[in-house]
Design a protein around this ligand. Structure first.
Ligand code: HEC
Length: 210
């Protein structure tokens, strides 16, 4: 083969290979975009905002189902009606495992933090340890969800940087709070300085003591 023809032929072959590689790369890129789209379609909330699996596009809050199995226990409150009386409710507070380390790094609850307060009835008796009260059936759950971006300004369950909800044991699918202004905020004003959270009750959070 003459040198000129050889060079011509080689460059034709090379361009064909280049075109083929280009087409494959484009096809792969299109496939990735399609895969991402399919995932997004499966979860409309993620597509919109990627904010929280417990909040829909309108700001409706649902009770996390697996907090007990997968989350961290922040602390417990043993509540009696009067000093010296038997504890009549146990309040156990849970959050995602990441909350504690993030809070201890930044001093803030990260966006999407969920605090679940599970309220249980108690039983009590004189045991070998002393007069003991222990947790019995669940009565209600209080839920707070951190929102750094004020996403749901027109929704009564959102305000002061949090979403606020209340669920009863008889129907855990329904938020029965009348709105955070009516049902929640007054009782949380004593802790307005710690982002409306009774943080001094949670020993793993680095915070100012009471
Ligand atoms: C009667 C007063 C009162 C009302 C009303 C109230 N809270 Fe609380 N809440 C408290 C107190 C006090 C604590 C901590 C001590 C305890 O549980 O005994 C607390 C703790 C919590 C916690 C655990 C995190 C934290 O702040 O320490 C959540 C979550 C919570 N409340 C959500 C709510 C929501 C949501 C509402 C409204 C639907 C609400 N609360 C209404 C008094 C109240």
């Amino acid at each position: 083969m003459k040198p000129v023809r050889f060079i011509l032929l080689s460059s034709v072959i090379l361009s064909c290979v280049a075109v083929a590689v280009g087409v494959t790369a484009q096809r792969d890129a299109a496939k990735t975009v399609n895969d991402t789209k399919t995932q997004a379609n499966r979860n409309p909330v993620d597509a919109q905002d990627a904010f929280s699996p417990y909040v829909d596009q309108d700001g409706n809050i649902s009770l996390p189902e697996d907090y007990k199995q997968k989350w961290s226990h922040l602390g417990s409150w043993a509540v009696a009606k009067k000093p010296g009386e038997t504890v009549h409710e146990m309040h156990d507070v849970y959050t995602q495992p990441q909350t504690i380390s993030d809070f201890n790094k930044t001093g803030q609850f990260p966006d999407g933090t969920v605090l679940v307060k599970e309220v249980r009835k108690t039983q009590s008796d004189r045991l070998t340890t002393g007069h003991a009260a222990w947790s019995a059936d669940i009565k209600i759950w209080f839920v707070m969800i951190k929102d750094h971006k004020e996403r749901f300004k027109n929704n009564d369950h959102w305000g002061d940087g949090w979403g606020w909800a209340l669920f009863e044991a008889k129907d855990p699918t329904k938020n029965v709070s009348a709105g955070y202004d009516t049902s929640c905020i007054a009782c949380h004003t004593p802790v307005a300085d710690s982002d409306w959270v009774y943080a001094y009750g949670y020993p793993d959070l680095k915070r100012s003591k009471r």
